[in-house]
Design a binder for this molecule. Structure first.
Ligand code: GRG
Length: 299
């Protein structure tokens, strides 16, 4: 199957899983559920979900069919997208980045009001863990998955990175400080997505270590590419930088390293990621293609 077809199939699968996981739009409290659905089903590249599927495939023991894990992978993929959707809702709030557009549409607080937006984000988070709890795999693997998602989404991961990011407005950061912040804010959930896929299909500890290296490198590369796109591509239509935006006063890779060095750094991280998965051979082909996609994306 060509990469684009595989990607489209992953997106379909996770969107069907999200549709199943989310309460219906007519379920009370209606406005809260509408807001949760609006935030979660309204597009997005679904990179984190596709990393779950790709890592699950790469970690599969020889001779085992991926089909026996597809339901569990759907649930893990939905879980990371639910956490991602909640983080975007909260990140867009007036008390954070105060953005009015996301994925080309009004942000959740603009459409539903601040209180509902906050609650929608709050409600998406436990739903993610509930999805993991329903994965049809050995209970010990469910426990590991819950522990990993808790770690990467919490104060030592994404939320911690966001706290450092907010504190860095109008501050001068060193490259090391910027990197630490992004490893937590953006990188942790991306690395966690890779790990969840690996846990679901029962990766050996050696494979898990390889995938950790891949996930950590590609997670940081994703953020660097994001910073590069912010200055090289007009993303207004995608709502990335629309409206009053605290981002203007935040340090980025491009502001600290310059454009060309940022590109070089992203390429180096790509090479680290590719090197890490080489021992996994053909089973890691989708991870290789996703790394290419992340590095070369234009949106
Ligand atoms: C508020 C708890 C909390 C956390 C927010 C991830 C994050 C932390 C904020 C997102 C803000 C942002 C624009 C970060 C830059 C990198 C990034 C995560 C971009 C958005 O992810 P994509 O490009 O989005 O995967 P799509 O729309 O494709 O899902």
């Amino acid at each position: 199957m060509h990469f684009q077809d595989w990607l489209a199939a992953c997106v379909n699968n996770v969107e069907a899983a999200l549709e199943k996981a989310l309460p219906g739009a007519n379920e009370v409290p209606v406005e809260l559920h509408e807001a949760m659905r609006y935030a979660t089903l309204g597009g997005g590249k679904r990179i984190r979900a596709t990393l779950v599927y790709a890592a699950g495939r790469a970690a599969l023991q020889q001779g085992v069919a991926i089909d026996s894990y597809s339901h569990a992978l759907d649930k893990a993929a939905a879980a990371v997208e639910l956490i991602h959707a909640y983080s975007l809702i909260h990140d867009d709030l007036p008390c954070m980045d105060d953005d009015v557009l996301r994925r080309g549409q009004p942000t959740v607080h603009v459409r539903f009001g601040e209180a509902t937006a906050m609650l929608a984000g709050d409600a998406l988070q436990p739903l993610a863990f509930s999805e993991l709890a329903q994965m049809p795999v050995a209970p010990a693997l469910v426990v590991q998955a819950v522990q990993v998602l808790g770690r990467v989404a919490g104060s030592l991961g994404m939320v911690g990175g966001q706290a450092i990011d907010l504190a860095s407005v109008n501050q001068t950061l060193t490259l090391e400080q910027l990197q630490f912040m992004h490893r937590l804010k953006t990188g942790a959930l991306i690395e966690g997505s890779v790990l969840l896929g690996a846990i679901v299909t029962g990766a050996t500890s050696e494979t898990r270590r390889a995938l950790e290296t891949y996930g950590s490198a590609i997670g940081l590369a994703f953020q660097i590419v994001d910073d590069i796109l912010d200055v090289t591509v007009d993303t207004e239509g995608l709502g990335k930088t629309a409206g009053k935006d605290a981002d203007e006063n935040k340090p980025t890779y491009v502001s600290i390293m310059g454009l060309e060095e940022s590109r070089d750094f992203a390429r180096k991280l790509y090479e680290v990621a590719i090197e890490a998965i080489k021992p996994l051979g053909d089973s890691a082909i989708r991870l290789k293609e996703l790394a290419d996609f992340i590095i070369h994306r234009s949106y």
